[in-house]
Write a protein that binds this ligand. Structure first.
Ligand SMILES: C[S@@+](CC[C@H](N)C(=O)[O-])C[C@H]1O[C@@H](n2cnc3c(N)ncnc32)[C@H](O)[C@@H]1O
Ligand code: SF4
Length: 378
């Protein structure tokens, strides 16, 4: 069995302001030390190198480098160029960067391309001014649309648009209007986010105080199904529960990770998954991380590692490889559970793979939990 492909994720931790729903490791320093961050990323890569050298020598370089955030596009292009140039990867690797509307123009997009980006991801989120106000993202719908047009015309291999749904008070008609606007821009890739009410965020407090109402599960599911139907009709195929692409435009980074691939995680608070099975995390606070980047590395036992494998791969259209589950983790899923899922029309076996049905995709996390509970030593 071949070792899984690997990618590199780099976390750029600063944003102009924090969105009221976001619980990511984000900081709002008025003058972030971008060049020190780039130095820190390369230093962390050097420190983690002993865990990667043998894998890279045997399997080739990283297939993807993904700079996410935070708001990577806040950093000057020369800073991003330094990070891109300093990290080893395959010659044809996909280099993605995330950008927020409102912070950049055509010149900045050209700078990101010069810095090495060949795929850009735009955080549009919604096209409805009323919902954009609630999300308080520091950009207008008009700015988001203008940025998408610049990105669509840039010399890239592909690009992505992020959409959030299940917003408080959002109606099906408003969701359809969002989808009309999104499809009008004809993105080759869409990443979908159901709004979550993260504990401790202003959004969760607004819900607790009765100012906004969290959409119910049934509406969530109806919205998810509407989105899938409309994206698929437009030629955007679902390859993972929340990721849709035209043929040839899947995100290599996402595609590999959801198939159980390894990833080198760099930057404050970034998570990684090493070829030796170790789960790494960088120190979260940028100043502390610059002084000493490495946080904890944990090595899950076979049971934990198998659970991680089920959780990620069942979300992917290729499904859970039961043969790999046995070979890599010495575990098998209880046949009675597989039969029940099949009888309920939620999943079926295709060769060695357990694959979710369209109905199962909307319930992926619950189904993964059932499969994980059923795992036994082979
Ligand atoms: C962490 S952001 C980084 C990229 C960029 N800063 C942006 O906002 O587009 C990546 C994605 O996570 C989404 N996100 C953050 N918090 C979320 C939440 N509570 N529920 C759903 N999506 C969320 C953002 O809207 C964005 O699409
Ligand atoms: S811009 Fe993105 S990363 Fe920054 S606070 Fe908003 S959602 Fe979070």
């Amino acid at each position: 069995m071949r070792a899984p492909a690997h990618g590199i994720y780099v976390h750029m931790p600063w944003c102009a302001s924090r969105c009221p729903y976001c619980a990511f490791n984000v900081h709002t320093d008025p003058s972030p030390p971008f060049m020190d961050w780039a130095t820190g990323v390369l230093r962390e890569a050097a420190l983690r190198e002993p865990s990667w050298a043998a894998h890279r020598a045997a399997e080739g370089g990283a297939r993807s480098l993904y700079i996410g955030g935070g708001t990577p596009s806040l950093a000057p292009p020369e800073v991003l160029a330094r990070v891109v140039a300093g990290l080893p990867r395959a010659p044809d690797a996909v280099v993605s960067m995330e950008l927020n509307p409102g912070t950049i123009d055509a010149e900045t997009v050209a700078g990101l391309v010069d810095a090495g980006a060949n795929r850009l991801s735009v955080g549009v989120q919604t096209f409805q001014p009323r919902h954009a106000r609630l999300l308080n993202r520091g950009h207008t719908v008009h700015q988001a649309e203008a940025l998408v047009e610049i990105v669509a015309a840039a010399p890239l291999r592909s690009w992505n648009l992020d959409l959030i749904f299940a917003l408080p008070g959002q109606t099906m008609a408003e969701l359809d209007a969002d989808l009309d606007a999104l499809l009008g821009l004809d993105p080759p890739h869409v990443s979908l986010y159901g709004l979550t009410f993260e504990p401790g965020t202003p959004l969760a407090r607004m819900r607790d105080e009765g100012i906004v109402v969290e959409p119910e599960g049934e509406l969530w599911r109806a919205m998810y199904e509407r989105i899938v139907e409309r994206l698929q009709l437009h030629g955007l195929d679902r390859y993972e529960v929340s990721n849709f692409a035209r043929p040839g435009h899947r995100s290599t980074h996402n595609d590999d990770i959801w198939r159980g691939g390894f990833y080198l995680g760099l930057g404050p608070g970034a998570h990684g998954f090493q070829p030796d099975g170790g789960r790494t995390v960088g120190r979260a606070e940028p100043t502390a991380w610059m002084a000493e980047p490495l946080g904890e590395t944990t090595s899950p036992d076979a049971e934990g590692a198998a659970a991680d494998f089920v959780l990620s791969t069942l979300r992917h259209i290729d499904g859970l490889d039961l043969h790999e589950l046995a070979e890599r983790f010495d575990r098998r899923a209880d046949a009675a559970i597989l039969d029940r899922l099949s009888a309920a029309g939620l999943a079926h076996q295709r060769g060695e793979h357990l694959v979710l049905s369209a109905e199962g995709m909307a319930l992926a996390d619950g189904i993964s939990a059932q499969v994980i509970w059923s795992l036994e030593e082979r």
